[in-house]
Design a protein. Structure first.
Ligand SMILES: [Zn+2]
Ligand SMILES: [Zn+2]
Length: 346
């Protein structure tokens, strides 16, 4: 083992610097992992093209690897060499949000990471250091490329959990990207009937393959009409907005059945986008409009269990794998509409 490792840092639009930094020694309640796979999430893609211009930033938060070193005060079943998941979101544990069970939106989430020379989760690297609570034991027979999708899956676990799906309900998913499709898989497991709205033909086809009951092309069919027809005019009980467009949230509120829940899953860009809805919908139909962001510890735990107990197959979501050396190529590929998740391996 040499004593330095490579770490990617976003330094400007379409500019990535590769640093050679010393391998850190874990403290008593820390773990060091050798990163083996890291997913290229929308966040990293936006950073790469300059939509999230917070430079310099060490990206990479969908991380799976091998446990290399463990501090002596870490309580875990994972042994050195085991496959583990790094949930790199910072959860201080002490702020009001963390103490209220909202550690996904910890008040101190933007506090400095350990690699204090550059902020960011720093998972696009050969090694990553983390606190004990960020370490989750994986399973040694699950490929790293799939294990690293724990993070996006955990976000969707949260969204579906908060939507309180009941068997037999009608669910509408707007957008058949990877997030929409992970919603589809979990919603089907919950015993619901799922409609998917997606204009892109290959994505619509993928939604069908993944078990969508009804797939609607909103450019060819009237989405509102199609949903009404499929639900005897009642509307959808739960609507997941998995496309970053404000007007679709408006539409979703109007398409919700009595007692319906509209879940804003995607962050809507540009930030500050406004929508306009009739507030009587919330009164007369008891519709709920809410959303989720990231995942709390329980969501991560659930996602890890779903993967390691093989309750979900993530293979179809890994579109392409690039070696770390071809990170930029991987990011360009990830930006294409026909990929679900592009993963880099170290
Ligand atoms: Zn992510
Ligand atoms: Zn906190």
């Amino acid at each position: 083992m040499t004593n330095t490792y490579r770490r990617a840092v976003f330094v400007g639009p379409r500019q990535i610097r590769i640093d050679e930094v010393p391998i850190p020694e874990p403290g008593p309640r820390q773990a060091l992992i050798r990163v083996r796979a890291c997913g290229l999430c929308t966040w990293e893609q936006r950073m790469y093209i300059g939509e999230e211009p917070y430079y310099p930033l060490a990206g990479g938060h969908e991380v799976a690897g091998e446990l290399v070193k463990l501090g002596d005060k870490v309580f875990t079943d994972a042994k050195i060499g085991d496959r583990v998941v790094a949930s790199l979101l910072t959860r201080c544990g002490y702020c009001e949000s963390c103490r209220k069970g909202l550690d996904n939106i910890c008040d101190n989430a933007r506090a400095p990471f350990f690699d204090t020379d550059v902020p960011g989760p720093a998972g696009l690297a050969e090694y990553v250091l983390m606190d004990d609570y960020q370490l989750y034991k994986g399973a040694n027979d699950i490929p790293f490329e799939e294990l690293c999708l724990t993070e996006p899956l955990a976000c969707v676990v949260r969204s579906v959990r908060k939507a309180r799906l009941e068997r037999g309900e009608n669910v509408l998913i707007i957008g058949a990207g990877i997030m929409g499709m992970l919603h589809l898989v979990l919603a089907k497991q919950a015993g619901t009937r799922v409609m998917v709205s997606e204009p892109n033909a290959p994505r619509a086809e993928f939604a069908r393959q993944m078990g969508a009951d009804i797939v609607i092309n909103p450019f060819e069919q009237d989405l509102a009409e199609s949903v009404k027809q499929a639900t005897n005019g009642r509307g959808a009980d739960v609507i997941f907005c998995a496309t970053a467009a404000g007007p679709l949230v408006e539409l979703a509120v109007n398409l919700a059945a009595k007692g319906g829940r509209v879940m804003v899953y995607s962050s809507i860009h540009p930030r500050g986008t406004k929508i306009s809805v009739d507030p009587n919908i919330f009164h007369n139909k008891e519709v709920t409009l809410t959303g989720t962001v990231s995942q709390d510890r329980q969501d991560v735990w659930e996602a890890v269990r779903l993967i390691t107990q093989r309750k979900i197959d993530l293979k179809p979501f890994v579109s392409r794998v690039f070696p770390f050396e071809k990170l930029e190529e991987g990011l360009q590929e990830a930006l294409k509409l026909d990929t679900y998740r592009v993963v880099v391996t170290m």
